[in-house]
Design a binder for this molecule. Structure first.
Ligand code: ADP
Ligand code: MG
Length: 413
């Protein structure tokens, strides 16, 4: 929130963006206006399809035109030297100078933004050398310093690693290092933590907050998650069907939401204290035209403990549908100490559980703990090293491929 007296870094005025497809036109962003102040983190929040990513891409002049076209408005960028440019009117050549140098972007899925065939270090280094004429050795040193800055462990190893050799959180840190490479004034982060689990998400949010404080840069943080906005942003803009329905500082917005959509969005957050028959959605609070319902929203049906116990009794009185006993999965991995030697990694250790007909079993754990491996090994997409998986009383790990193929239809992923 420092430096509010300075002009905003980005001012969007009455921006409208449409998509045309086979004669039909669809308005994705409708008369949107906002200002991003220097040193501020602005959260843009809204449901899927509300126009968040289209807005972000327009700020970078990365919209796919056609089918997209800007039908009106201005995107004013104030560079550190005090010049003001309308990004909409800027040439592609000029814009290439801006991207990465003044405004950088971090995407949701780092695997799609990092090139799988180049080493991570090389990719960040290229981001530096595109904008600066410096020697390779110097650029390399800068990359290693950036990796340290974003708290990547063992920068030398990460420098040489390919993207697939890093965890999701590490890849996102590489992307943040790349975004920071040329000391930009603005970082636009489009759902940067959505693909990460909550523990990793928290560390990335902390990192972005620290970077903002250290460099005084401005961040637009796009998310559909209100909790994340509350945690990171100073101000928030709520989008709904391409429009800004509400904007203000985060504290006020969360305490006193004014628009029915924001109210609905906040009311949808499930309460951990009790279980509902169905989860509420924004449409339980909002008419299709974005106005509040005349009647009070349908009260959610809370499932009582007695009802739950009775349902559990019925569920667990039968034989289990799937019975997993002492399942073990080992992977072979590169040995980092002896070249050419493999080492065994024990991923699943004696996993035992049952699943009953009609039951939904939640499998939860942090990134890398083995959830996906477990799911895949139940279908033998990964061959377990030992253990049993009974499905309708067949040990599917012992079935011949032809017999198992018949069962596959009944087990979907
Ligand atoms: P969000 O990021 O909020 O989930 P988007 O900005 O991706 O939403 O999309 C906003 C609207 O623009 C949606 O209605 C979407 O269908 C439309 N849209 C986005 N990209 C395209 C495209 N390439 N072609 C046609 N319509 C698109
Ligand atoms: Mg999006």
């Amino acid at each position: 929130m420092q430096g509010q007296q300075l002009p905003p870094v980005i001012e969007v005025k009455n921006l409208s963006i449409a998509f045309s497809n086979e004669g039909t036109t669809h308005c994705a962003v409708d008369n949107l206006s906002f200002a991003l102040q220097q040193g501020d983190i602005m959260g843009i929040v809204g449901e899927s399809g509300s126009g968040k990513s289209v807005t972000a891409l327009s700020l970078m002049k990365l919209l796919p035109c056609p089918p997209a076209h800007i039908t009106g408005g201005e995107i004013l960028f104030h560079d550190p030297a005090g010049h003001c440019t309308d990004i909409i009117k800027t040439s592609e050549k000029e814009m290439r100078r801006y991207r990465g140098r003044y405004i950088s972007m971090i995407f949701q899925e780092p695997m799609t933004s990092l090139n799988p065939v180049y080493r991570c270090g090389t990719q960040v280094q290229e981001a530096i050398t595109i904008h600066n004429s410096i020697k390779a050795g110097e650029a390399r040193k800068k990359v290693l310093a950036l990796f340290e800055e974003v708290l990547l462990p063992d920068p030398e190893r990460i420098y040489k690693a390919y993207p697939h050799q890093l965890s999701g959180g590490q890849k996102q840190r590489v992307m943040i290092a790349m975004a920071l490479a040329n000391n930009p004034s603005v970082i636009i982060a489009d759902e940067p933590t959505t693909a990460l689990d909550v523990t990793v998400q928290k560390t990335i949010i902390e990192l972005l907050k620290n970077i903002r404080s250290k460099y005084g840069l401005s961040i637009i943080f796009i998310t559909h998650d209100l909790g994340v906005v509350a945690e990171i942003a100073d101000t928030a803009l709520v989008m709904y069907k391409g429009r800004c329905v509400e904007t203000g500082d985060v504290g006020t917005l969360f305490k006193n939401p004014a628009h029915p959509y924001t109210k609905g969005l906040l009311a949808c957050k499930p309460n951990m204290a009790y279980r509902l028959q169905t989860l509420p959605t924004v449409s339980d609070f909002l008419r299709n035209d974005g106005q509040a319902l005349n009647t009070s929203p349908i009260s959610p049906i809370v499932i009582s403990n007695e009802t739950r116990s009775a349902a559990h009794k019925a569920l667990y009185s039968r034989e289990p549908l799937i019975s997993v006993k002492n399942l073990n999965v080992h992977f072979e991995a590169e040995n980092t100490l002896i070249v050419g030697k493999k080492r065994k990694v024990h991923v699943l250790k004696n996993i035992t559980f049952d699943v009953y007909k009609g039951e939904t079993l939640g499998l939860v754990g942090e990134s890398g703990c083995g959830k996906t491996t477990l799911g895949r090994s139940l279908l033998r997409l990964i061959e377990p090293s030992s253990g049993e998986v009974f499905f309708k009383n067949n040990d599917i790990l012992k079935l011949k491929e032809s017999a198992f193929r018949k069962l596959r239809k009944q087990l979907q992923i």
